[in-house]
Write a new protein. Structure first.
Length: 322
């Protein structure tokens, strides 16, 4: 793991920050960087105040000259690989990928090559200097749809902050088991499963998790829903719908036994048995652009496999006269 220096930053401490701790003053003076990152630079000796090295807790005075030498850790160990990425939006500050189902986002045990991160590093080599190659949030391997990637440190800090402040609106489409009578809200904390550490579960000591959903279409034994997240816990939508006993079609982790409606057409039986990923798609995003402040609203269509599933469910419902 190495470090790369960026351009020096110089500012005078404004009078209203006189007497403040250095780390707090820097957070006010350089809001494009997180306080923890600024504190690490102080501790590394990359901040000088009137040409002196101070501790994070040392007080500053108005008029002092602050010089910051930003350091970016090169923590990405994956190599670039050419992948056919579908880019829904891109400019100098960020890009938004439409990820297909089956594509792993980050390299890990058993998936060191052919991941989204590998493809991003080939598309934008400079991403090696950003945490997780600029990937701001996650999508499960078998979830399709939109994923935000920052292209510089300032945008990364702003987007991570916006995500934490719930200022990024994320909409999903899903097909769950059971016929829902209406929309609603699932407010149930989520934490790591106490026995199976690869799974998440609803539990009292988990982190707060809120999922909103509305019914888009009902079938004989399933429901097509639109979903919006207030929080972004690992596997949140999948865990919450399984908690309601309405797991997503194709979810091999949280889905339980295959549920086939009585009298289902042969086409539907075959489709339910062969649909090998959770029926979940991140279809739209809206948020303020980290550099311009303009609202970005990006939407992508339903992928072919989910479209086929919906068509077969509709045909089954029509055959039954529903």
């Amino acid at each position: 793991m190495g470090c790369m220096s960026l351009e020096l930053l110089e500012k005078l401490v404004p009078p209203e920050l006189s007497g403040q701790r250095l780390d707090l003053a820097l957070a006010r003076m350089f809001p494009e960087f997180s306080r923890s990152r600024l504190k690490s630079w102080i501790l590394q000796g990359n901040v000088r105040v009137d040409d002196l090295e101070l501790r994070p807790r040392d007080a500053v005075s108005g008029g002092q000259q602050v010089v910051v030498r930003p350091q970016v850790e090169i923590s990405v160990t994956s190599g670039p690989e050419p992948l056919d990425l579908v880019i829904a939006f891109e400019d100098d500050d960020l890009l938004i990928v439409n990820k297909p189902a089956g594509l792993v986002v980050h390299p890990g045990a058993g998936n060191t090559r052919g991941t989204l991160m590998n493809g991003l590093l080939h598309h934008v080599p400079a991403l090696e200097s950003l945490p997780r190659a600029g990937i701001v949030h996650r999508l499960d391997k078998d979830t399709s749809g939109l994923l935000i990637v920052a292209k510089n440190l300032t945008s990364h800090t702003a987007l991570v902050r916006a995500l934490a402040d719930r200022d990024i609106s994320r909409h999903y489409l899903a097909v769950c088991c059971g016929v829902l009578t209406g929309g609603g809200k699932i407010d149930a904390p989520i934490g790591r499963h106490p026995v199976d550490r690869l799974r998440m579960s609803v539990q009292d000591r988990g982190k707060p998790a809120v999922t909103h959903f509305r019914v888009k279409e009902r079938f004989r034994g399933h429901t097509y829903v639109g979903v919006q997240l207030d929080t972004g816990r690992t596997h949140q939508i999948r865990v919450h719908f399984a908690y309601r006993r309405n797991p997503l079609i194709g979810d091999s982790v949280y889905g339980g036994r295959l549920a086939i409606p009585a009298g289902a057409t042969d086409a539907l039986i075959g489709e339910l048995r062969s649909f090998r990923r959770q029926a979940l798609h991140a279809t739209s995003l809206s948020f303020a652009h980290p550099a311009t402040g303009d609202m970005l609203e990006i939407e992508v269509p339903v992928p072919d496999d989910l479209t086929q599933l919906l068509d077969i469910l509709r045909a089954d419902a029509a055959a039954a006269g529903k």
